[in-house]
Design a binder for this molecule. Structure first.
Ligand SMILES: C[S@@+](CC[C@H](N)C(=O)[O-])C[C@H]1O[C@@H](n2cnc3c(N)ncnc32)[C@H](O)[C@@H]1O
Length: 595
């Protein structure tokens, strides 16, 4: 339950399959519960509380997908002897385990934020005195900040007290929740011009931003603007074109240097733009903003796949990359109360889809592991794992909207109101009415965002059937499709849990009632679930976009979606890709039986 402070963790309870005290024999394990309340986290074994911890001392280790070890510090009665106490907790499933870890992360962060007042004081003392005596004194006063204090010292030493006052707390909000290796790769990626170029060459994206800004000049003229994650500085330049009084272009990657160069090369605008290199979580600005502009919509940055044209490694799902959190933090730090956000609202759209070709293509990938005589070696012991592995990759491509089985629904994220913590865990109940009888292979997702200008409202959409953007669409494919009839209800749940590699674990469940004699009596359900890692997509851009045509539909030429941006420039005839002859359902079923 959420209270007025947005403390989603409060009152949360997690049933545990088993709890065992590390100091007792493993045979003592029995079911229990983990409960968050105002005193901290309480772990009960049956009805006995066996551990009560506060967030400062809690250490949580994931030892398997469903098992974790909680270690907390305590002291004896005279507060002199410190000891550690640990319990092993076993969750009922991976989803509950991931949700628990997410709640602990949020809880620790909120409690640390309350401690930030003290950290700021520490910071100020250090800045003014640089005195070892005072540092020693503070260490005695609250020794748990000892290590962050030395971090603070390191950073003050490196960055000085520059005009932009870069550091206010000892550890950045960003650094606290994001793994440093992920952040390093992420900002390295955005530090390269070719990746910025890829976004700039998405004319649907950049053209919509340009139109949304210049058509809403009235919002920009004479106003202070902050460009959150400025990249090449393009949106700052648009804001200056629209008459902004001053634009602060905040960019954390090395791209900040290129942005300076680009902006300096446009002298009529440059005098009204200041580039600030740093994270929006850390930098200080000299004044409040009337407008925030940003392009924080999730793509995926990953290094493991090389595309021939280096077109960029990005996929869709509004919240991926976790940059929306930075946009929201920037709002709370920089935007004046009556300020505007460009964009202001985002929506994740979802609909079940059918796609036999895609399904068989994924299932086929694991067939390699069906070989019983691979150089004399039986590979089949790994087939099941490989099969699940391929189905845990969300598919990124542009698909034909006729593959959708039901009208889509959407989940709104209001950037002007949402709390940062609410983006750590997003739980969307699903309900659709099938408009055809078919096999449902999974859930298709895409997004749009709204520029809510005072003069013109504009949507930027990544929907299937709309001009393709560099986000494409995303599909979560079930390893067990479900069968539906026209008019039948499909229910389910899309549960996204943020992780510290700037992405999300996706848990999807879709269900449909069985028809036939048994169904009327009572809720016979076909249910299919999958777990996917948004950071490990199957980038399917060079594959044919196959779909089954209804008899009354004329064949449409199908194109390689990688070529779409080029075609939008030179308007040549699209390349036609030959369709493979359709696999019948019977063939597919027999293949699935064999796997
Ligand atoms: C999707 S790009 C958009 C770039 C540019 N605004 C545009 O529209 O072309 C996002 C940019 O935000 C930067 N960024 C991401 N998180 C940031 C943060 N917390 N602080 C500052 N910059 C950030 C990235 O380095 C990247 O250059």
């Amino acid at each position: 339950m959420e209270d007025s402070l947005g403390q989603k963790w409060k009152q949360r309870e997690f049933p545990l399959a088993s709890v065992s005290d590390l100091s007792s024999p493993p045979t003592s394990a029995s079911p229990g519960i983990a409960r968050f309340d105002s005193d901290g986290l309480q772990i009960h074994q049956q009805s006995h509380q066996i551990l009560s911890v506060d967030p400062q001392t809690l250490q949580l280790f994931k030892v398997s997908p469903v098992q974790s070890v909680c270690v907390a510090e305590g002291s004896d009665a005279d507060n002199k002897t410190f000891y550690s106490r640990g319990v092993t907790i076993q969750f009922r499933n991976e989803e509950e385990s991931a949700a628990f870890h997410c709640v602990v992360q949020q809880w620790k962060k909120e409690v640390n934020a309350q401690g930030a007042v003290l950290k700021i004081c520490v910071n100020v003392v250090v800045k003014w005195t640089q005195s070892d005596d005072i540092i020693g004194c503070i260490e005695c006063y609250t020794c748990r900040f000892r290590s962050s204090l030395s971090n603070t010292l390191d950073r003050i030493g490196q960055e000085g007290n520059g005009r932009n006052g870069t550091i206010t707390t000892s550890k950045s909000k960003f650094d606290e929740k994001i793994e440093s290796s992920s952040a390093k790769m992420y900002f390295h990626y955005y530090g390269q011009l070719l990746h910025q170029q890829n976004m700039l060459q998405d004319y649907v994206r950049t053209g919509t931003y340009h139109a949304a800004v210049v058509e809403n000049r009235a919002d920009f003229i004479g106003r202070v603007v902050v460009d959150v994650g400025a990249g090449s500085g393009i949106l700052s330049l648009f804001a200056a074109q629209a008459g902004a009084k001053h634009v602060y272009a905040v960019e954390a990657s090395e791209m900040a240097e290129y942005a300076r160069k680009l902006i300096a090369g446009n002298p009529t605008l440059a005098q009204r733009i200041t580039v600030i290199k740093g994270k929006v979580e850390d930098v200080e600005l000299p004044e409040k903003a009337d407008i925030l502009i940003s392009e924080p919509m999730g793509k995926l940055i990953f290094s493991s796949i090389k595309l021939e044209n280096n077109a960029g490694f990005q996929c869709t799902l509004l919240v991926n990359e976790r940059m929306l959190e930075s946009y929201v933090i920037a709002r709370d730090r920089f935007l004046s109360p009556a300020g505007k956000m460009f964009p202001a609202v985002g929506r994740i759209h979802m609909a079940p889809f059918t796609d036999e070709y895609l399904f068989i293509e994924i299932a086929n990938k694991a067939l390699f592991w069906q070989q019983q005589n691979y150089y004399g070696v039986d590979l089949t012991p790994l087939h099941g794992t490989a099969f699940q592995g391929y189905f845990s990759q969300p598919v990124v491509d542009a698909f034909d909207p006729r593959l959708l089985v039901a009208p889509p629904m959407f989940h709104v994220i209001d950037f002007t109101k949402i709390k940062e913590e609410e983006l750590y865990e997003i739980d969307i109940p699903l309900r659709f009415i099938a408009s055809m009888g078919t096999r449902v292979h999974g859930l298709a997702c895409w997004f749009d965002v709204l520029f809510n200008g005072s003069t013109v409202q504009r949507w930027l959409t990544t929907a299937p059937g709309s001009p393709t953007t560099h986000w494409y669409q995303l599909r979560c494919v079930l390893s067990q499709p479900i069968y539906v009839m026209a008019g039948q209800e499909i229910t389910g749940r899309l549960h996204l849990i943020a992780h510290n590699a700037q992405s999300y674990t996706i848990y999807l469940t879709l269900s449909a009632k069985m028809w036939g004699p048994g169904a009327e009596q009572g809720g016979l359900l076909q249910t299919s679930s999958c777990k996917l890692d948004l950071k490990e997509p199957y980038y399917r851009m060079s594959q044919p976009q196959a779909y089954t045509l209804a008899q009354d539909q004329q064949p449409q030429p199908l194109i390689h979606t990688q070529d779409i941006h080029i075609q939008s420039q030179d308007l040549d005839e699209p390349e036609i890709v030959q369709q493979p002859s359709p696999n019948s359902c019977a063939q597919i079923d027999s293949l699935m039986q064999s796997v």
